[in-house]
Design a protein around this ligand. Structure first.
Ligand code: NAP
Length: 255
């Protein structure tokens, strides 16, 4: 019997997981994107784009499409959809697996300050002007309008709406993975003295932290939100194994 799996995506891990599962005749996959990125990377499986309409909409989708397993492989900072996935999976009695890459951990030589959210990150910035490399994503810039005296070098995938208060801004377009040499050159060329980022984890964005370490630059890192009670796995392999387990129990039940 075929296991119907809905993958909530928008991350390189979601894309990699879907690639690993594609072509498995025991699975029927659907990939889901919010529709935030103009040119998203699309897997070779049926893909739907756009919100479901909150918890109610996602619950209805799971029931209507007879989904057997829901995988939340969204970004660690995509709080709303993860909360919705947890609630909808419970309401529809569908098992939920969260695929969440491990957070970055400080190493010897790192000068990190961890803050609980973006507002706290902006508040922690000094009162004297600095040149700051800001990589929090284009939808997370608003809190930094409270500190408009800094010069922000902002890296984004799609053009952001810059809050009008932020007058001193350079926009760099770029999508990971990035390498350490390029990140080091970027920090030097833009005369960056501090980095501000979310603790997204993963390899694609970690090179900037290695570059900051080698240049002895301080980093302000926003801690990720936690999702108590969710079955969270950190690797694509672990999710593939867990799905095999669900598939086997479904096959046993239908015998
Ligand atoms: N937040 C980040 O820093 C970040 C970074 C990189 C990539 N992303 C990706 O970008 C997407 C949007 O992030 P966000 O922070 O705006 O999310 P969010 O605040 O958690 O979600 C807002 C709403 O967007 C819709 N949505 C989000 N992800 C979806 C998905 N995969 N499929 C269908 N609908 C989805 C849902 O709408 P309904 O309530 O209508 O269902 C959700 O309630 C996520 O899929 C995430 O993986 C986010």
């Amino acid at each position: 019997m075929v296991l119907k799996v809905l993958i909530l995506g928008g991350t390189s891990e979601a894309f990699a997981l879907t690639g690993r599962l594609t072509g498995d005749p025991r699975l029927e996959l659907t990939y889901s994107l919010a529709g935030r990125t103009a040119k998203p990377r699309l897997p070779q499986v049926p893909t739907r784009i756009g919100g479901f309409g909150g918890i109610e909409g996602l619950t209805a989708y799971l029931l209507r499409h007879e989904i057997n397993v829901l995988i939340d492989a969204t970004h660690p900072f995509a709080e709303q959809i993860s909360a919705n996935a947890q609630a909808a999976a419970a309401l529809a009695s569908v098992p939920l697996i969260a695929l969440e890459r491990a957070a970055w951990q400080p190493m010897a030589g790192d000068d990190w300050q961890l803050v609980p959210n973006l507002t706290a990150a902006a508040a922690a910035l000094p009162s004297t002007p600095e040149r700051i490399f800001l990589t929090v994503g284009r939808q997370s810039l608003m809190p930094f309008a409270a500190k408009p005296h800094h010069h922000y070098v902002i890296r984004v995938i799609d053009p952001p709406d810059i809050p009008p208060e932020m007058q001193n801004v350079d926009i760099l377009k770029g999508r990971g993975p990035f390498n350490v040499d390029d990140e080091t050159s970027l920090l030097r060329e833009h005369r960056i003295v501090r980095l501000v980022s979310k603790n997204s984890g993963g390899k694609a964005g970690s090179a900037k932290l290695v570059a900051a370490r080698s240049l002895r630059l301080p980093v302000l890192l926003v801690d990720r939100p936690v999702h108590p009670g969710v079955n969270t796995l950190e690797s694509v392999d672990a999710v593939v194994n867990r799905l095999a387990h669900y598939q086997a129990s479904l096959a046993n039940r239908s015998e």
